[in-house]
Write a protein that binds this ligand. Structure first.
Ligand code: NAD
Length: 477
């Protein structure tokens, strides 16, 4: 049985209740986590505050950096173990689970190096004054994390917050928290003081809500759905607590007739099937210049038909979805598509070895999706790609910008002028030209506009969000 991790100690939930951990590959329970309460959140916030006031807050930036370096090395040593934990918990194919563990290594490495590079400024001002700015940690930060990439999102969110000098209280998703509980233990082993990293598991409406409401939380980083993002922001607004929101997307891949299809097609496929399409930045809409539409769909259909879906440990193109309700959600979208007469171009195959009780969904390519249909507007969070044609650049921009979201966009064209025009005209946090995601580098700031959220994580930019600026003016005569 798993315990909360508070003050470098495993702790049971105050209410004495637990939740089952389900393996998405076969739908069977195999472990238990604590079902946390507001009281548990309070204990974690107190532990974090105590640590901040006594040990953590007194370390120099270089000392914090050394600890993060040690943690990066420790996670690297345990990468296989962590990947195996996350694989079973989330249903990730082996390659994806390993990539996520290595991303965590890299986040800690990057933020280790960044700790002592976060400088203030001196400002020229009136005669007789010295004016300077300090970047100070908020204090105790709350981190609400989804199930799709627990290790990666912990790395970018908690890594940045620790680097900036905050103590953290983390609420992972009830559907996937085992890897993070292990990372917290590893952090204690390399010398993180008790209370610097605390993890309280349980339901969002119980633990997440209590965290967002807790007066001892000085900043909230939330990654998850737009619906819960709204709730968190409303609750935080009551006490003017700053929030960073990383929400969903309905990201377009815009392909012009002059694109290099050999380069584009595998990337377009990967961008919608990676992690079973349960990726905030999934390229879930395919906008194609009309003259290329039929030949592109021909080739893409062939690639989709070859995709294989099965248990995480088989390491196929796609693993199971996270849970039964997510599978049902995808089925509902596909049944709506059928009722609306939206044609299916191709579907991948679920292998015979996949247990019937697992949450499998074959990747599906749909064409001629009307731009106003919910398949072109809403986040499916499954391996479903909605294709549609456009006539020219203006229509491509209108379609690309025609949803409530604005997270990521891919643009495929060899025309340099068009690359820049599209990058400027698309409203999103990231535009990738002739690639999608740039390999996910931890150095690259990431976040959204519109209903995809606000604030940035990853890269150096995150450190500004995890600090507050203090202006100090000294009159020296
Ligand atoms: P979710 O919003 O249901 O849950 C996210 C987290 O919030 C979980 O830990 C959950 O327990 C918690 N939560 C739920 N209700 C809460 C409440 N009332 N108060 C506080 N916390 C609460 O999202 P999910 O289903 O876990 O993840 C999928 C969503 O996350 C998708 O919309 C996806 O696009 C988004 N996402 C965004 C990014 C990004 O960087 N933009 C990254 C990953 C996932």
């Amino acid at each position: 049985m798993q315990l909360h991790y508070i003050g470098n100690t495993g702790v049971r939930a105050s209410g004495g209740r637990t939740l089952p951990v389900i393996d998405p590959s076969d739908g069977q329970p195999y472990d238990e986590i604590q079902r946390g309460t507001a009281e548990d959140v309070d204990a974690a916030v107190r532990a974090a505050r105590q640590c901040l006031d006594t040990v953590w807050g007194r370390l120099s930036a270089a000392e914090r950096g050394r600890l993060l370096h040690k943690l990066s090395a420790k996670v690297a040593e345990h990468a296989e173990e962590l990947a195996a934990i996350e694989q079973r918990d989330c249903g990730k194919p082996t390659r994806q689970a390993k990539a996520d563990a290595l991303a965590l290594v890299r986040y800690f490495e990057f933020y280790a190096g960044a700790c002592d590079k976060l400088h203030g400024e001196t400002l020229p001002y009136q005669d007789g004054y010295a004016v300077l700015t300090w970047r100070e940690p908020h204090g105790v930060t709350g981190h609400v994390i989804p199930w799709n990439y627990p290790m990666q999102i912990f790395g970018r969110s908690v890594g940045g917050a620790l680097a900036a000098g905050n103590a953290c209280v983390v609420k992972p998703s009830e559907d996937a928290c085992l890897s993070l509980l292990r990372v917290a233990e590893l952090a204690a082993e390399v010398g993180f003081p008790a209370g610097a990293i605390n993890i309280v598991t349980g339901y969002g409406h119980e633990v997440g809500d209590a965290l967002a409401r807790h007066p001892g939380i000085d900043h909230i980083s939330f990654t998850g759905s737009p619906r819960v993002g709204t709730l968190i922001q409303q609750v935080a607004a009551e006490r003017h607590c700053p929030v960073t929101l990383e929400l969903g997307g309905k990201s377009p891949q815009v392909v012009f007739a002059d694109a290099d299809l050999d380069a584009a097609l595998p990337v377009i496929v990967n961008a919608i099937v990676q992690n079973g399409g349960q990726t905030c930045s999934a390229g879930s809409r395919l906008l194609v210049e009309r003259s290329l539409y039929e030949p592109l769909l021909d080739r893409l259909g062939g690639l989709f038909a070859n995709l294989r879906v099965g248990p995480a440990a088989m390491d196929l193109d796609v693993g199971p979805l996270i849970r039964a309700s997510q599978q049902q959600r995808v089925w509902d979208f596909l049944s709506d598509a059928q009722h609306a007469g939206i044609p299916m171009v191709a579907q991948g195959q679920i292998v015979d070895e996949a247990p019937e009780t697992g949450y499998y969904q074959a990747p599906t390519l749909l064409r001629d999706v009307p731009p106003a249909h919910r398949l072109a507007q809403e986040e499916v969070f499954g391996p479903v790609l909605a294709a549609m044609a456009f006539a020219d650049e203006d229509e491509a921009v209108a379609l690309a910008n025609g949803t409530q979201f604005g997270l990521v966009a891919g643009v495929w064209t060899r025309d340099g002028g068009r690359q820049l025009r599209m990058a400027r005209r698309i409203r999103s946090g990231q535009v990738f030209v002739n690639n999608y995601g740039a390999g996910g580098g931890v150095e690259l700031p990431f976040g959204g506009v519109k209903s995809s959220g606000h604030g940035r994580e990853k890269g150096f930019e995150a450190l500004y969000a995890f600090t507050t600026l203090k202006t100090v003016a000294i009159r020296h005569g």
